[in-house]
Design a binder for this molecule. Structure first.
Ligand code: C5P
Length: 222
């Protein structure tokens, strides 16, 4: 069917921030709203896909018709993604995963008088890189890069290092792009190709991303 081009495809999407607990009342996180990942999930569903959304803590309504797995931390997101990875055809990692987490979570609230300048941080697993490393023949993987400088250089480096088919670069400082807005301004790095896109809604970008992943998939099979 022409309006259901993703029928029979399993699409796995991550969205939102992660929260890394310091103690029972505090966490480290970032400004991700989850809007871009949710927009991709919605249009993928409308295009006929079976959608699984692994979502960090966001203020967005769940999307009818798709399976949402809610997580808080990067470690939880990693487990959820691993449990869904085998069946996924399209993997789109739009979450802003915290790079680090406190090594230990204090069991009780840390009191003001104590010296907390020494919260020891350890690296979180890179979920996208894991998916790239274990990529199967029938999988197409898309990652995001949010930067404030040297965007294109960093984005292309990430695409190669994380073994993605496509990487989408957005600059936090561009008007109408990035966190919390309903629009985005991005550059797609698809193989050696670099495609600049004008400002569009996050849903329009979702369609563009999915169409481009379909093209990549076709290119692989012929
Ligand atoms: O390296 P960086 O964090 O900037 O890479 C961004 C991309 O990697 C995004 O697609 C993001 O979802 C993914 N990522 C991830 N797990 C991490 C860090 C980033 O999946 N721990």
């Amino acid at each position: 069917e022409t309006n259901q081009p993703l029928k029979g495809k399993n699409v796995l999407i991550t969205a939102g921030p992660t929260q890394e607990a310091i103690d029972p009342v505090r966490f480290i996180s970032n400004h991700s709203s989850g809007k871009q990942g949710y927009a991709i999930a919605k249009v993928a569903y409308e295009m006929g896909a079976n959608v699984t959304l692994v979502s960090g803590p966001v203020q967005l309504d769940p999307i009818k018709g798709i399976q949402t797995i809610s997580v808080k931390s990067a470690l939880e997101m990693f487990e959820a993604v691993k449990s869904q990875l085998d069946d996924a055809h399209y993997i789109i990692m739009a979450a802003a995963v915290a790079d680090y987490r406190p090594e230990n979570i204090a069991r009780q609230k840390i009191k003001k008088k104590e010296d907390v300048s020494n919260i020891h941080m350890v690296k979180n697993p890179d979920i996208l890189a894991y998916a790239g490393l274990h990529k199967k023949e029938n999988q197409v993987i898309c990652g995001f890069a949010m930067e404030t400088e040297n965007l294109e250089e960093n984005a292309n480096k990430k695409r190669v290092e994380k073994n993605c088919d496509m990487l989408i670069a957005n600059n936090l400082f561009t008007a109408g792009a990035g966190f919390k807005t309903d629009t985005n301004v991005v550059t797609l790095f698809k193989g050696e190709e670099k495609i600049h896109l004008d400002k569009m809604t996050k849903e329009q970008l979702g369609v563009k991303i999915l169409e481009t992943l379909m093209e990549i998939e076709e290119g692989k099979t012929c």
